[in-house]
Design a protein. Structure first.
Length: 212
Protein backbone atom coordinates (compact mmCIF):
# COMPACT_ATOMS: atom_id res chain seq x y z
CA UNK A 1 0.00 0.00 0.00
CA UNK A 2 0.93 3.66 -0.20
CA UNK A 3 3.23 4.78 2.60
CA UNK A 4 2.13 7.57 4.94
CA UNK A 5 4.91 9.82 3.65
CA UNK A 6 3.89 9.42 0.00
CA UNK A 7 0.23 9.83 0.91
CA UNK A 8 0.91 13.06 2.79
CA UNK A 9 3.12 14.45 0.02
CA UNK A 10 0.45 13.70 -2.58
CA UNK A 11 -2.26 15.25 -0.38
CA UNK A 12 -0.23 18.45 0.00
CA UNK A 13 0.38 18.67 -3.76
CA UNK A 14 -3.29 17.98 -4.47
CA UNK A 15 -4.39 20.65 -1.99
CA UNK A 16 -2.12 23.26 -3.56
CA UNK A 17 -3.52 22.47 -7.00
CA UNK A 18 -7.16 22.27 -5.92
CA UNK A 19 -7.31 25.32 -3.66
CA UNK A 20 -6.55 27.61 -6.62
CA UNK A 21 -9.81 28.07 -8.59
CA UNK A 22 -9.69 26.11 -11.83
CA UNK A 23 -12.19 24.80 -14.40
CA UNK A 24 -14.15 22.62 -11.95
CA UNK A 25 -14.45 25.44 -9.41
CA UNK A 26 -15.58 27.93 -12.04
CA UNK A 27 -18.14 25.44 -13.32
CA UNK A 28 -19.54 24.88 -9.82
CA UNK A 29 -19.65 28.63 -9.15
CA UNK A 30 -21.49 29.17 -12.43
CA UNK A 31 -24.03 26.52 -11.45
CA UNK A 32 -24.42 27.98 -7.94
CA UNK A 33 -25.11 31.44 -9.32
CA UNK A 34 -27.49 30.22 -12.01
CA UNK A 35 -29.40 27.53 -10.08
CA UNK A 36 -28.56 27.67 -6.39
CA UNK A 37 -27.04 25.61 -3.59
CA UNK A 38 -28.60 22.24 -4.40
CA UNK A 39 -27.53 22.33 -8.03
CA UNK A 40 -24.02 23.39 -7.03
CA UNK A 41 -23.57 20.50 -4.58
CA UNK A 42 -25.07 17.99 -7.00
CA UNK A 43 -22.70 19.28 -9.67
CA UNK A 44 -19.77 18.80 -7.29
CA UNK A 45 -20.76 15.17 -6.70
CA UNK A 46 -21.17 14.51 -10.43
CA UNK A 47 -17.89 16.22 -11.26
CA UNK A 48 -16.09 14.21 -8.58
CA UNK A 49 -17.50 10.93 -9.89
CA UNK A 50 -16.41 11.90 -13.39
CA UNK A 51 -12.92 12.72 -12.15
CA UNK A 52 -12.68 9.36 -10.42
CA UNK A 53 -13.58 7.58 -13.64
CA UNK A 54 -10.54 9.32 -15.12
CA UNK A 55 -8.45 8.14 -12.17
CA UNK A 56 -9.56 4.56 -12.80
CA UNK A 57 -8.74 4.96 -16.49
CA UNK A 58 -5.26 6.25 -15.65
CA UNK A 59 -4.71 3.41 -13.17
CA UNK A 60 -5.61 0.91 -15.89
CA UNK A 61 -3.29 2.56 -18.41
CA UNK A 62 -5.80 4.46 -20.55
CA UNK A 63 -4.44 7.80 -19.41
CA UNK A 64 -1.11 7.20 -21.09
CA UNK A 65 -2.91 6.88 -24.43
CA UNK A 66 -4.48 10.32 -24.03
CA UNK A 67 -1.18 11.74 -22.84
CA UNK A 68 0.63 10.53 -25.96
CA UNK A 69 -2.09 11.08 -28.57
CA UNK A 70 -2.66 14.64 -29.75
CA UNK A 71 -5.81 13.52 -31.61
CA UNK A 72 -7.45 11.86 -28.59
CA UNK A 73 -6.50 14.79 -26.37
CA UNK A 74 -7.97 17.30 -28.83
CA UNK A 75 -11.21 15.34 -29.30
CA UNK A 76 -11.79 15.08 -25.54
CA UNK A 77 -10.86 18.71 -25.01
CA UNK A 78 -13.25 19.99 -27.67
CA UNK A 79 -16.05 17.70 -26.48
CA UNK A 80 -15.75 19.01 -22.93
CA UNK A 81 -15.48 22.62 -24.12
CA UNK A 82 -18.53 22.30 -26.39
CA UNK A 83 -20.61 20.84 -23.58
CA UNK A 84 -19.67 23.69 -21.25
CA UNK A 85 -20.58 26.27 -23.89
CA UNK A 86 -23.92 24.50 -24.45
CA UNK A 87 -24.73 24.56 -20.72
CA UNK A 88 -23.67 28.20 -20.46
CA UNK A 89 -25.84 29.30 -23.39
CA UNK A 90 -28.75 27.37 -21.93
CA UNK A 91 -28.31 29.07 -18.54
CA UNK A 92 -28.14 32.47 -20.24
CA UNK A 93 -31.33 31.88 -22.20
CA UNK A 94 -33.20 30.72 -19.09
CA UNK A 95 -31.99 33.52 -16.84
CA UNK A 96 -35.38 35.27 -16.98
CA UNK A 97 -37.15 32.27 -15.41
CA UNK A 98 -34.87 32.05 -12.38
CA UNK A 99 -37.16 34.08 -10.14
CA UNK A 100 -40.08 31.71 -10.69
CA UNK A 101 -37.88 28.70 -10.03
CA UNK A 102 -36.41 30.29 -6.92
CA UNK A 103 -39.82 31.06 -5.40
CA UNK A 104 -41.23 27.66 -6.28
CA UNK A 105 -43.31 28.85 -9.20
CA UNK A 106 -41.22 27.03 -11.78
CA UNK A 107 -40.43 23.42 -12.45
CA UNK A 108 -37.81 21.93 -10.16
CA UNK A 109 -34.62 20.95 -11.89
CA UNK A 110 -33.87 17.23 -11.73
CA UNK A 111 -31.00 16.42 -9.38
CA UNK A 112 -30.24 13.40 -11.54
CA UNK A 113 -29.88 15.63 -14.58
CA UNK A 114 -27.62 18.06 -12.73
CA UNK A 115 -25.55 15.14 -11.44
CA UNK A 116 -25.19 13.80 -14.98
CA UNK A 117 -24.15 17.16 -16.37
CA UNK A 118 -21.49 17.52 -13.67
CA UNK A 119 -20.30 13.98 -14.37
CA UNK A 120 -20.12 14.60 -18.12
CA UNK A 121 -17.99 17.71 -17.62
CA UNK A 122 -15.73 15.94 -15.11
CA UNK A 123 -15.13 12.87 -17.26
CA UNK A 124 -14.57 14.92 -20.45
CA UNK A 125 -11.75 17.00 -18.98
CA UNK A 126 -8.56 15.93 -20.81
CA UNK A 127 -6.40 18.20 -18.65
CA UNK A 128 -7.35 16.07 -15.64
CA UNK A 129 -6.38 12.89 -17.46
CA UNK A 130 -2.98 14.32 -18.34
CA UNK A 131 -2.45 15.59 -14.79
CA UNK A 132 -3.23 12.21 -13.24
CA UNK A 133 -1.17 10.38 -15.88
CA UNK A 134 1.83 12.58 -15.07
CA UNK A 135 1.49 12.85 -11.28
CA UNK A 136 -0.04 9.64 -9.90
CA UNK A 137 2.79 7.31 -11.01
CA UNK A 138 5.35 9.49 -9.18
CA UNK A 139 3.76 8.67 -5.81
CA UNK A 140 3.35 4.93 -6.37
CA UNK A 141 5.78 2.61 -4.61
CA UNK A 142 6.15 -0.16 -7.18
CA UNK A 143 8.28 -2.19 -4.80
CA UNK A 144 5.18 -2.64 -2.62
CA UNK A 145 3.14 -4.02 -5.52
CA UNK A 146 -0.60 -3.46 -6.08
CA UNK A 147 0.12 -0.45 -8.29
CA UNK A 148 -3.48 -0.08 -9.46
CA UNK A 149 -4.77 -0.15 -5.88
CA UNK A 150 -2.23 2.47 -4.84
CA UNK A 151 -3.35 4.77 -7.66
CA UNK A 152 -7.00 4.31 -6.71
CA UNK A 153 -6.22 5.19 -3.08
CA UNK A 154 -4.31 8.30 -4.14
CA UNK A 155 -7.22 9.22 -6.39
CA UNK A 156 -9.61 8.97 -3.44
CA UNK A 157 -7.41 11.36 -1.47
CA UNK A 158 -7.46 13.83 -4.36
CA UNK A 159 -11.24 13.57 -4.72
CA UNK A 160 -11.88 14.00 -0.99
CA UNK A 161 -9.92 17.25 -1.02
CA UNK A 162 -11.57 18.35 -4.27
CA UNK A 163 -15.14 17.68 -3.14
CA UNK A 164 -14.55 19.60 0.10
CA UNK A 165 -12.99 22.59 -1.64
CA UNK A 166 -15.48 22.70 -4.53
CA UNK A 167 -18.43 22.38 -2.14
CA UNK A 168 -17.20 25.36 -0.12
CA UNK A 169 -16.87 27.45 -3.27
CA UNK A 170 -20.37 26.41 -4.34
CA UNK A 171 -21.92 27.21 -0.96
CA UNK A 172 -20.28 30.64 -0.85
CA UNK A 173 -21.49 31.44 -4.37
CA UNK A 174 -25.00 30.16 -3.58
CA UNK A 175 -25.14 32.35 -0.47
CA UNK A 176 -24.41 35.38 -2.61
CA UNK A 177 -27.18 34.25 -4.96
CA UNK A 178 -29.66 34.34 -2.06
CA UNK A 179 -29.00 38.06 -1.73
CA UNK A 180 -29.49 38.59 -5.44
CA UNK A 181 -32.78 36.67 -5.28
CA UNK A 182 -34.41 39.56 -3.44
CA UNK A 183 -34.63 41.39 -6.76
CA UNK A 184 -35.86 39.71 -9.98
CA UNK A 185 -33.58 41.96 -12.01
CA UNK A 186 -30.52 41.13 -9.91
CA UNK A 187 -31.34 37.42 -10.01
CA UNK A 188 -31.70 37.53 -13.79
CA UNK A 189 -28.34 39.28 -13.98
CA UNK A 190 -26.58 36.73 -11.79
CA UNK A 191 -28.11 33.89 -13.81
CA UNK A 192 -26.65 35.49 -16.90
CA UNK A 193 -23.26 35.83 -15.21
CA UNK A 194 -23.35 32.14 -14.30
CA UNK A 195 -24.10 31.24 -17.90
CA UNK A 196 -21.40 33.51 -19.28
CA UNK A 197 -18.92 32.02 -16.79
CA UNK A 198 -19.55 28.55 -18.20
CA UNK A 199 -19.34 29.81 -21.80
CA UNK A 200 -16.05 31.58 -21.06
CA UNK A 201 -14.69 28.48 -19.34
CA UNK A 202 -15.62 26.32 -22.31
CA UNK A 203 -13.96 28.69 -24.76
CA UNK A 204 -10.81 28.91 -22.63
CA UNK A 205 -10.53 25.12 -22.55
CA UNK A 206 -11.08 24.94 -26.33
CA UNK A 207 -8.15 27.28 -27.07
CA UNK A 208 -5.83 25.76 -24.49
CA UNK A 209 -3.08 23.83 -26.16
CA UNK A 210 -0.62 21.28 -24.87
CA UNK A 211 3.12 21.25 -24.66
CA UNK A 212 4.55 18.78 -27.17
Amino acid sequence: MVSAERLLAFAVMSFLLIVIPGPSVLFVIGRALAQGRRAALTTVVGNTLGAYVLIVAVALGVGSVVERSVLVFTVLKLAGAAYLVYLGVKAWRQRGSLQAAFTGGGAARSSRRTLWEGFAVGVANPKTVVFFAAVLPQFVDRAQGHVVVQMLVLGLVFNMIAVTSDSLWGLVAATGRDWFARSPRRLSMVGGVGGLTMVGLGLSIAVTGRKD
